[in-house]
Design a protein around this ligand. Structure first.
Ligand SMILES: Cc1ncc(COP(=O)(O)O)c(C=O)c1O
Length: 326
């Protein structure tokens, strides 16, 4: 029995397509490879952030906020999509970003600023520096009379995860239309909000499908704890069954040389996805996750398997090699 149904501020075009990637599957030697196209959520170029923002923005509005304060890195996909979502909801938006203002300005930051977001930098390379700085900035804005809604890195809150809790029912229905009663769901993990939401949604449906997280920023144990914490928080918020020991949740390390560092295996994986299916994968999240999936398939993972494409389109464009012709 649900405790409450959180409000939704509609942004996404749902359901996103479920693509049967038979050319790519044949190339990798796996039957029934599907791509869940959350790069096509349809609002801004926000990918997986859009499902989260529908509930975060609605929550902000229900609290009469007038300003969204969102944290991330200078290239953050979340910050870019939040700037656009805040704008259409009539809210001001401030970005608290770690490090210093980069040159050239990354596409995501340029787009956010072009839509009126104000960017502030912590001056410290440490990712967690935004947590302290954002608190100070929120206090300063509140003392100036604003009502501030704070979105942490990755939008990883129980409220943000509700979007992916609902997406669990979406994928179950789409696969059932294909005559499938189960599949391995392979999902990129940064802050853990996406997989956390899916895990919560699967538990609510009583579906013990194999969930595999590809962690691109934290070591596996930490990523797993983070996913479970968010999944539990989301289930408690909604009053649904909490994920238990029965949950089949594996985590693979997809960091390569480190978060945000280039990884040749990820470029090779991105080329494969692009050449066989025209998929655009970004070097920070989706290409690394896909490289990890290729490893698992090489190691014997069998289909049906769903690669959840979480977006990153702007970063992929930013990172595309340019040739200057004279
Ligand atoms: C393109 C892309 N994919 C995957 C992720 C990871 O999602 P989550 O933070 O919900 O684990 C992110 C998060 O920043 C992202 O931008």
């Amino acid at each position: 029995m649900a405790l409450s149904t959180p409000e939704r501020f509609p942004l996404a075009f749902l359901p996103t397509p479920l693509q049967h990637a038979d050319r790519l599957g044949a190339r990798l030697g796996v039957e029934q490879l599907f791509i869940k196209r959350d790069d096509l959520t349809g609002f801004s170029l926000g990918g997986n952030k859009v499902r989260k923002l529908e509930f975060l923005i609605a929550d902000a509005l229900s609290q009469d906020a007038d300003t969204i304060l969102v944290m991330g890195g200078p290239k953050s996909n979340l910050c870019q999509a939040t700037a656009d979502a805040a704008r259409v909801a009539g809210l001001a938006c401030e970005l608290v970003l770690y490090g210093d203002r980069p040159t050239p300005v990354p596409v995501n930051l340029a787009l956010a600023e072009a839509n009126g977001a104000v960017a502030r930098f912590t001056g410290e390379a440490e990712r967690s520096s935004v947590d302290v700085y954002a608190k100070q900035r929120a206090a300063a804005l509140e003392s100036d009379g604003h009502r501030v809604y704070v979105i942490p890195r990755g939008g990883a809150t129980a409220v943000g995860a509700v979007g992916y809790h609902r997406a669990a029912a979406e994928i179950v229905a789409q696969l059932s239309e294909q005559g499938l009663e189960t599949a391995s769901l392979f999902i990129c993990v940064g802050s853990g909000g996406t997989l956390g939401g899916v895990a919560s949604g699967m538990a609510a449906l009583g579906a013990c499908w194999p969930l595999i997280g590809a962690s691109v920023s934290r070591e596996c144990d930490e990523a797993r704890s983070q996913v479970l914490a968010i999944a539990g928080g989301c289930a408690r918020l909604l009053g649904t069954e909490e994920p238990t020991q029965k949950l089949s949740l594996a985590m693979v390390d997809a960091r390569g040389p480190g978060y945000g560092e280039a990884w040749s295996e990820a470029s090779t994986a991105a080329d494969l996805a692009r050449r066989n299916e025209g998929l655009i994968l970004d070097p920070v999240y989706t290409a690394k996750a896909f490289a990890a999936l290729v490893h698992m398939i090489d190691g014997g993972l069998e289909g049906p398997v769903v690669f959840w494409h979480t977006g990153g389109t702007t970063t992929a464009i930013d990172a595309a090699p340019r040739r200057d012709f004279q």
